[in-house]
Ligand binder design. Structure first.
Ligand code: SF4
Length: 349
């Protein structure tokens, strides 16, 4: 932003915050928002009465350490594992990462995994993927193709999250949140309708600096009014009812299940797994992977960061032993992780 714009936004934000009549805690639940807010130093425009926390919006950060353990186990069975590069540096329960595993193959799109399996029929290929609704929809579309092509050497190991139930946990927690900046990418799949029933106000936001600031002003206004119906402030991308084709593909292949969100524990119905009728694509069934052991505690406070109880800077390891070059926890690994964003753009936070 140039010229007078920051000062104008400061005024607007201050006026909107004053209507709340009390300190408020907002939370962005999208890793891309965390990065954008840190990159542009948007926190510096907020009045003191508004705290903006980073929630569980980075898929790499909230994936259970057991997922990494199981992916390492697949590599050691001689299975080719296709994954996004961020996963290579996330520690599993034993502290080991996928970085040293020769059977990994870094991809930039899930479709590369299927193409590789088709081109190498003698190899066993697993797509290891984590993510929210946008990634789940992309992988469901890929499965439609795998069914059509009948690719017997291709399967999935996934840790897909269903965001909506996790928001309720954040409003019921020890440090309740007053309102959410809702993720535009997830909303493009589920629509504004996918955020029905929130107990706190929420605004679906775009990703440009002024789009985010505009959504924060609306969010403060909704908090002041006590209106919890979600607002779509990204209508060019987010349809009211979401994307029917993507929702149908997700529903065809996946069902909701209980599962671990790193830092939040086991959440009821907040994950997605392959339906039993598609077990031929389920690597955990095909390769009889053991269930993961319980997570270890190593001093990393990712859990508190992801619940909005502390800012990353409050973790005693932040910037000392934990940096993006040497991550001590999942939140420092991905560019979308709250700790990585806070460290990289620290002078502007
Ligand atoms: S700074 Fe590092 S160790 Fe601390 S909570 Fe963040 S990722 Fe974990």
């Amino acid at each position: 932003m140039n010229g007078d714009r920051p000062a104008e936004w400061k005024k607007l934000l201050t006026a909107a915050a004053a209507k709340c009549g009390r300190p408020v805690r907002l939370m962005e639940v999208c890793g891309s928002h965390s990065t954008a807010i840190a990159r542009w130093g948007l926190r510096s425009l907020l009045p003191e009465s508004v705290e903006l926390l980073s929630g569980p919006g980075c898929p790499v950060c909230v994936s259970g350490a057991g997922f990494i353990d199981r992916t390492i186990a697949l590599c050691r069975m001689g299975v080719r594992v296709a994954l996004f590069g961020d996963l290579l540096r996330v520690p599993g329960n034993t502290g080991m990462t996928l970085g040293g595993e020769a059977m990994t193959m870094v991809i930039y799109s899930p479709s590369e995994a299927l193409e590789y399996a088709v081109a190498h029929p003698a190899e066993r290929v697993v797509l290891a993927a984590v993510g929210f609704e946008a990634t789940t929809a992309a992988v469901a579309a890929l499965l439609e193709k795998a069914v059509e092509l009948d690719v017997p050497n291709f399967s999935l190991l996934t840790d897909f999250k269903y965001l909506r139930p996790a928001l309720d946990v954040l409003t019921d927690g020890a440090v309740p949140v007053d309102g959410f900046l809702l993720p535009g990418h997830v909303a493009a799949v589920v629509g504004r309708a996918g955020f029905a029933g929130l107990s706190r106000p929420g605004v679906i936001a775009g990703f440009a600096a002024e789009e985010i600031l505009h959504s924060i002003v609306i969010l403060l206004t909704r908090i002041a009014a006590g209106d919890c119906a979600a607002v779509n402030d990204y209508p060019a991308v987010v349809p009211e009812q979401g994307t029917p084709r993507a929702l149908a593909a997700i529903d065809r292949f996946f069902e909701n299940t209980d599962g671990e969100w790193r830092g939040l524990g086991i959440l009821g119905g907040a994950c997605r797994k392959l339906r039993p009728e598609w077990s031929r694509f389920d690597a955990s069934v095909q390769y009889e992977l053991p269930l993961p052991p319980p997570p270890q505690i190593n001093g990393c406070r990712c859990g508190d960061v992801l619940r909005g109880m502390i800012r990353p800077e409050a973790c005693p390891l932040f910037g000392r032993v934990c940096t993006p070059e040497h991550p001590g926890g999942a939140c420092m690994v991905s560019m979308e992780g709250a700790c990585a964003a806070a460290w990289i753009y620290r002078e502007r936070v």
